[in-house]
Ligand binder design. Structure first.
Ligand SMILES: Cc1cc2nc3c(=O)[nH]c(=O)nc-3n(C[C@H](O)[C@H](O)[C@H](O)COP(=O)(O)O)c2cc1C
Length: 176
């Protein structure tokens, strides 16, 4: 079978080089809205999505994440960072599952509107540090009871990966 959605699922790639110009508001809106349509456990819509475009905050998030990873620019110079938070997983055990689906929807939507995106890890660790908590406050979030789930670097792609890994053998099976 073939259709636009199946093609997009196949063709989306993680983008790690971005043009410096900011994305359009309507493109960001489309990506964020797609995130809100992800399924969530019990339909609780537990995740919170924060898009950051203010250059000083983008720079701080990039630096803080990089300090944990030991990479100078883990967000690859993307002009937009989208953070996903959820309830503390000790309290709501579906936090990571819910947030991951939100991130997945947004990556696909980004691709569908011609943007590049890449999931960037380490938000859980980042937003447990004192500087991370300070940042959460500045983003208008509660500092207790919320955990960082993941983030996306988003922007116009400056290059595409030259090749795609084949899918592993026996990735799925059908038992009838
Ligand atoms: C949970 C998760 C964490 C990831 N963390 C990072 C990351 O920190 N930095 C990065 O460059 N890519 C990260 N990625 C992107 C993967 O490396 C990428 O999805 C994988 O290599 C497959 O490539 P594709 O997305 O182009 O199909 C992450 C992806 C997932 C699902």
């Amino acid at each position: 079978m073939e259709n636009d959605i199946l093609r997009a699922l196949r063709e989306r790639r993680s983008i790690r080089r971005f043009k410096p110009e900011q994305i359009k508001d309507e493109e960001l809106q489309a990506v964020l809205e797609a995130g809100t349509w992800a399924p969530t456990a019990k339909g609780l819509q537990d995740p919170w999505i924060i898009a950051v475009q203010r250059p000083d905050l983008v720079e701080r998030i990039d630096r803080l994440n990089g300090e944990i990873w030991g990479h100078p620019h883990p967000f690859y110079g993307a002009p937009t960072i989208i953070l996903v938070f959820g309830s503390d997983p000790a309290v709501w055990p579906n936090s990571f599952q819910d947030g991951s689906l939100v991130l997945g929807n947004m990556m696909l939507a980004a691709h569908a509107v011609g943007l590049g995106s890449c999931w960037i890890n380490r938000e859980y660790e980042m937003f447990r540090t004192p500087e991370g908590k300070e940042l959460m406050q500045e983003l208008g979030l509660e500092t207790e009871g919320l955990a960082g789930i993941g983030a996306l670097a988003v922007g116009y792609p400056a290059s595409f990966p030259p090749s795609v890994k084949a899918r592993k053998d026996n990735y799925f099976r059908i038992i009838k």
